[in-house]
Design a protein around this ligand. Structure first.
Ligand code: BGC
Length: 564
């Protein structure tokens, strides 16, 4: 009865019927979105390698190649060794080119949330691909610092759109039982992206022409084309349409993402639950003006686990702590760091090994996030990284020192660095993204995910800027060398405490049930919480009055009183 009054009839009171069953085709639809991770990974992966490329260093600094400066001398010669150490891009340029991407991404992720609410999740990701291509063209064309930095900034904007909204999109369309695994698939694609970047860099590193860095950069266009084309075919998120009050479109989109006919009872029940939850959230924190809707992200008490403020802070800190585990120190500055250890023969090959460990360990998380749960793996992951990083720090400060020239000690350091990567890849890597996709109510979800993602990039940027100054063996640097692992290990202690005291368990729940769980439990009791009622049923029982009548009148077209 479109245009009617307040509708008191609702979907289902059965907590097991709040999500429609899913077909294989529908799983594939959801899985494709994970491809967005390739962008993220590839773009962060090529810079470290390019910065260590002889041609790139020669072009940017004007310094002669070591073999040109010392013709006929082998690389083991002390004079050549000393010169090779100084044959690097200056720290400030390393910092700038690495971190400017994250600066662009930071702003991209913040505004992406707004755009995704305005024009839809899917279209925002497609626009992100377009922006990214423009940045990529500048990067490929560059022969000096300025154009490269400009290109990285623009490309960063695009990556910001993609990294925030793919998470939002996937979390909104994935079935609850595999939502964690599907978002972990996104993390898997990030790791594949980093690996691919390393492989391409490895293949072109010794070229003495612009192809050395242009080829790795240009490969990125392929990812943009694949993602944009794929998303043009995929359905929009039904939750976006519910937020917009376009319930007919929401029903169509939901039917497509679940692979069910539109008139299926399951689709009607699930849609009713999403609508009821949205109305409920709107009744607590109504959306007002544009500014008011931003302010809504910070409403409520920090001590209340379900308040918007608490959820926003949780998302922002979650991504901050993920970055402060120090994982990107290894991926961004791996080649430079391994070169400094002095005893590592082939630093490029070493970073290829570390990225391979990252890729191969991530799939374990697909099962772990669903079976063990997000909260638990975050706690154990942080604890494991504390141990690994302290061991690396201790060996580096003792038997692993360059002056000791102890190959076995360096091998042991590398082994523990790899174990640290595996700990990250199975826990904090995927779980940080999964949690931010799940904790926000629909009213502020796009902004919450955007803010959390921008926190990831903000800290990513800070790490990009400061680490060359912390570790490099150059004037004006703290020369921490491998002692930096004590710092990362210490920060992982903070991550451990954060996960223990602040992160709730969200596995197996629909996004709407997460909302209820946050209201009725604390992070430490959340694992035991079980769904006991539906939003649709509560509406029916008159626990609250729907705010708007029009959307309910529309909704009524899809809800059968007899189903209740
Ligand atoms: C992080 C990235 C990191 C990657 C490594 C992601 O979850 O956000 O910063 O480079 O994992 O696999």
């Amino acid at each position: 009865m479109p245009g009617g009054g307040v509708v008191a009839v609702t979907g289902t009171a059965d907590v097991n019927r709040v999500e429609a069953p899913v077909t294989v085709k529908a799983y594939l639809v959801v899985a494709f979105a994970a491809f967005g991770g390739i962008f993220f990974g590839y773009d962060t992966g090529w810079m470290g390698g390019v910065l260590a490329m002889p041609y790139f260093i020669n072009q940017y600094t004007g310094m002669e190649y070591p073999d040109v400066k010392f013709p006929g001398l082998s690389s083991d010669n002390q004079q050549v060794k000393d010169y090779t150490k100084t044959f690097v891009i200056p720290q400030w340029q390393q910092s700038l080119t690495t971190s400017i991407l994250s600066a662009g991404t930071f702003f991209g992720a913040i505004i992406a949330g707004d755009i995704a609410d305005f024009i839809g999740r899917r279209t925002t990701i497609i626009i992100g691909c377009g922006v990214f291509v423009i940045g990529g063209i500048l990067e490929t064309a560059s022969t000096g610092l300025n154009v490269m930095v400009g290109g990285r900034l623009v490309a960063g904007f695009g990556v910001g759109f993609i990294s925030a909204i793919v998470i939002l999109y996937m979390s909104e369309i994935a079935p609850r039982k595999v939502r964690g695994a599907v978002v972990a698939g996104y993390q898997f694609c990030i790791t594949i992206g980093i690996l691919l970047a390393n492989c391409v860099v490895y293949a072109t590193q010794n070229r003495r022409d612009t192809g050395s860095y242009r080829i790795p950069i240009a490969v990125q266009f392929l990812w943009a084309i694949i993602l944009a084309t794929g998303l043009a075919i995929l359905p929009e998120s039904p939750r976006y349409f519910v937020k917009k009050g376009k319930l007919d479109k929401a029903a169509h989109a939901l039917a497509r993402v679940r692979g069910q006919p539109i008139d299926s009872e399951y689709i009607q029940d699930e849609l009713a639950e999403i609508i009821a939850n949205h109305e409920y959230e709107m009744s607590i924190v109504p959306e007002t003006s544009y500014l008011g809707s931003w302010m809504a992200c910070f409403e409520g008490k920090i001590t209340q686990p379900s308040s918007n403020l608490r959820r926003t802070v949780l998302g922002i800190l979650m991504q901050m702590m993920q970055q402060l585990t120090g994982i990107n120190f290894i991926f961004y500055f791996g080649p430079v760091f391994f070169k400094q250890l002095g005893t590592v023969k082939n630093p490029f090959l070493m970073s290829l090994v570390t990225t391979l460990v990252n890729v191969l360990s991530t799939p374990f998380s697909f099962v772990m996030v669903e079976k063990i749960g997000r909260r638990t793996i975050l706690i154990y992951g942080a604890a494991s990284m504390v141990v690994m990083q302290f061991i690396v720090g201790i060996i580096g400060a003792t038997a692993g020192r360059e002056s000791e020239n102890n190959q076995n000690a360096v091998r042991a350091m590398i082994a523990f660095i790899c174990l640290n990567i595996a700990s990250f890849a199975t826990t904090w890597g995927p779980a940080a993204w999964i949690v931010i996709g799940e904790i926000f109510p629909l009213t502020i979800r796009s902004r919450g995910v955007g803010l959390s993602t921008s926190s990831n990039w903000f800290w990513n940027c800070i790490i990009g800027v400061i680490t060359p100054y912390l570790v490099a063996d150059q004037p004006h640097s703290a020369k921490l060398g491998s002692n930096i692992f004590f710092m990362w290990g210490g920060l992982c202690v903070v991550s451990f405490l954060f996960a223990f005291f602040m992160v709730p368990e969200t596995k197996g729940l629909t996004l709407e049930q997460v909302d209820k769980m946050l209201e009725e439990s604390t992070p430490r009791t959340s694992r035991k919480w079980k769904p006991h009622s539906t939003f649709a049923a509560e509406m029916h029982l008159g626990k609250f009055t729907p705010m708007t009548t029009t959307s309910w009148a529309y909704a009524n077209n899809y809800i059968r009183p007899e189903a209740y």
